[in-house]
Structures are given as structure tokens and as C-alpha cells.
Design a protein around this ligand. Structure first.
Ligand code: PMP
Length: 374
């Protein structure tokens, strides 16, 4: 199998499997319990918290563990319930849908903008005046019941979904001027069902999960110690294995080679990812094939053992064209004919060759039976 769907999820790293096995034995106790096994489990969680904080440039009390990026995103958006919530149009559905449900017209406002998009890999920027140079807004404007108060000067708090960015390029939430940031373990070789949320000290916060004092009352629910141990092992891997360098060199070369070969060898192809340096993550390539449906290409590639996706997996089965490609291109045909190739650290040039052995024929066959002009 040639797996090229790492942006959807990654296989567990062997180091992660081992860490989780050990944690199952050693850190099985309830991490909130006052007994010794409870303390041991709690310490394991704190080690992960410290490591993540160090790697993203914040202090460890500013990290809250969650069940994943979807929960982290929902938590931030719901904190601003009734307030002005704006997002970039390219956000993940867990931002866009939550914002639709919770937005109102009060201050303070929230702007959510991911650093790198999950479908195209392209980098996004906060619009001015909430641009990177904007000063961080003053702390809380919420009364004791968590109700937002009218701010003296209307601040716009800044959230970024860093799910696709973590582990690919260095991140510093303070340099990015963020008040909130979202992370997920399963995009970096860790387990599904574990994520984190950075909340700047003093930034407004309302727990989504209530009914437990875990995470200093900020997220109720028994700690997922084994999952967090897996997250830690995945973070250690990123920290200690020159991962950023490998993405920037080897993985970038694979991605760029696939891009140029597709443009040369597949008639009607066009890139939806700007692959020039500093415009996108090095591991994602989104391509459209005129008069060939993305889902069909995906299924034919699957039959050849090549695993890719169309748009985001969360929206798979959704017949609407990708909102990301629609926002970017305004062209439903481009959006419907798109494929996302996303690379991992272990992919090789042989994988690219295998794709190019079959892709031109698959696209040609689909274009021949298409009713859309080529
Ligand atoms: N945000 C982005 C940008 C994503 O790519 C994903 C995963 N598709 C999510 C959020 C949701 O992540 P999780 O599975 O951890 O809830």
C-alpha cells in the first residue's frame, strides 16, 4: 500500500505504541486520585503538558488536554457564545459550524484563523487589524458567571487551529500573538482521541465539559493517561528526530516532484496548492483534474493500493464541494475534481513513481466518459 493520507490521520509511531503499552501497565490509575498510582499517572500527564508547552512556546498551565482538535475548537468558540465570532472561510468544520451556532454581536470578539489549511496545506494569515503585529488584548472581560462584559476597548481575541502545523514546522504561540491554539495528537503519529488547547493566561475561558475538577476545572472527565502518554511519545519523536528538517527537505522534494510530474503527465491537471517555499506546508498537495471526479479518482487509486483523499475526511460522503476549494477558487468543478495527497516521513520516491504509473491512465479513462468538456 502507498499511504498518502497523513493529513487525515497517521499510523501510530512504534515509539507511541510502546509508550502506550507501558502506560497501560504503569499509569492505569485514575490520575486525579490521591494515592501513589494516581500520582504516577498524574506525573506522566504533566510531563506531556510540559513538553508540549516547551515545543509551542507557552507555559505548561496554559495547556489543557482535550479529546482532540474538534473539542479544542468547540471549547474556544463556545467561550465566546453570544459574542462577535469571525473566522477565515477556510476553517475546519469544527470551527465554522461552532461559530454558526454560538456567534452573537457582543464584545469581546474572537477571530479564528488556522495557520495551515488541512486541504491545501497553504498558509493563512490573520487579517489586519488583528494581524500578527496587533497587541494582545487585555485580560478577562467576563463576570463571575462567565458572561462576557462590555470591554473598554473592543479586543479581538485570536485563536488558531494548529492541528496540521504541529510537528511539521516550528511553532511559537506567543510569537504568533495567539490567545488560543488547537492541537491534535493523531496528526503526528500519536493516538486518535487526544488533543490539547493552549489558552493564554488571563484569556477568557469557559469549560465545555463540566462536572469534574480535572485540568483545574477547565475540562471535566477522567484523564486519558494512556492517550496522553502516546501524545508525549509522538512529541518526543518530533523534538528529537530532526522532523522539521526531514519535512523541509525529503518530504518537500517528494511533494514537489509529484506536483511537477502531475502537471507534465496528466492533461487537465492544475494545482490547488501553491508549492513555492513559505506558501504551504511541505507535505500536502491538492490537485484538480478537469472533467474527472475526485471521488472516482480516489476509488480507482484505492483499487491500485494508493490511498489519498478528496477534501477533508470529516466531510467525506458529503456531496457538497469542499468549502475550502470553493472559497479559494469559486469553481465547483475544480472543487469536485480535487485530490489531496499528503505525505509522511517514511514515504519514498518509489511511492511517487507508483502514483505516476497509474494516475494518468485513471484520469484519462474518467475524462473519456465525462460529459464535462475537457
Ligand atoms: N482541525 C483541522 C485543521 C483538522 O485537520 C482536523 C482533522 N481533520 C481537525 C480539526 C479535527 O481533529 P480531531 O480529529 O483531533 O478532532
Amino acid at each position: 500500500m502507498v499511504y498518502l493520507d497523513f493529513a487525515a490521520t497517521t499510523p501510530l509511531l512504534p515509539e507511541v505504541v510502546q509508550a502506550m503499552r507501558e502506560a497501560e501497565q504503569k499509569f492505569f490509575a485514575n490520575a486525579s486520585a490521591l494515592h501513589t498510582p494516581g500520582h504516577l499517572a498524574f506525573n506522566e500527564i504533566e510531563k506531556c503538558r510540559e513538553l508540549l508547552a516547551e515545543m509551542v512556546g507557552c507555559s505548561s498551565p496554559e495547556i489543557i488536554f482535550t479529546s482532540g482538535a474538534t473539542e479544542s475548537n468547540n471549547t474556544v468558540i463556545r467561550t465566546f457564545e453570544g459574542c462577535k465570532i469571525e473566522t477565515s472561510p477556510l476553517e475546519h468544520h469544527s470551527i465554522i459550524e461552532a461559530a454558526r451556532v454560538y456567534r452573537g454581536d457582543k464584545e469581546p470578539g474572537l477571530y479564528s484563523c488556522m495557520l495551515a489549511n488541512n486541504e491545501t496545506g497553504e498558509f493563512l494569515k490573520f487579517p489586519d487589524p488583528a494581524g500578527p503585529a496587533a497587541p494582545s488584548p487585555p485580560p478577562p472581560h467576563f463576570d463571575s458567571a462567565g458572561v462576557p462584559l462590555q470591554a473598554h476597548h473592543p479586543p479581538v481575541y485570536r485563536h488558531s487551529d494548529l492541528t496540521q502545523t504541529l510537528g511539521k514546522i516550528p511553532i511559537n504561540v506567543k510569537e504568533l500573538g495567539l490567545d488560543y491554539a488547537t492541537f491534535s495528537a493523531h496528526k503526528i503519529g500519536g493516538p486518535v482521541g487526544v488533543g490539547a488547547l493552549y489558552v493564554r493566561e488571563g484569556a477568557p475561558f469557559k469549560p465545555l465539559m463540566i462536572g469534574g475538577l480535572q485540568e483545574k476545572g477547565r475540562r471535566g472527565g477522567t484523564y486519558n493517561t494512556v492517550g496522553i502518554a502516546g501524545f508525549r511519545a509522538a512529541l518526543e519523536f518530533v523534538k528529537n528526530r530532526d522532523v522539521f528538517e526531514i519535512y523541509d527537505t525529503k518530504v518537500r522534494e517528494l511533494r514537489d516532484t509529484l506536483a511537477s510530474r502531475i502537471l507534465e503527465e496528466v492533461p487537465g491537471s492544475s494545482l490547488n496548492t501553491d508549492i513555492s517555499k513559505d506558501k504551504s506546508l511541505p507535505n500536502i498537495l491538492n490537485v484538480s483534474f478537469r472533467a474527472a471526479e475526485g471521488e472516482s479518482i480516489q476509488l480507482y487509486l484505492d483499487a491500485e493500493g494508493i490511498i489519498v483523499s478528496t477534501g477533508s475526511a470529516c466531510a467525506a460522503g458529503d456531496i457538497k464541494p469542499s468549502h475550502v476549494l470553493m472559497a479559494k477558487t469559486g469553481d465547483a468543478e475544480i472543487a469536485h475534481s480535487s485530490i489531496r495527497f499528503s505525505f509522511g516521513l517514511d514515504n519514498t520516491m518509489e511511492d511517487v513513481n507508483k502514483v505516476m504509473e497509474v494516475l494518468p491512465k485513471i484520469v484519462e479513462r474518467l475524462q473519456q466518459i465525462s460529459t464535462i468538456s475537457k
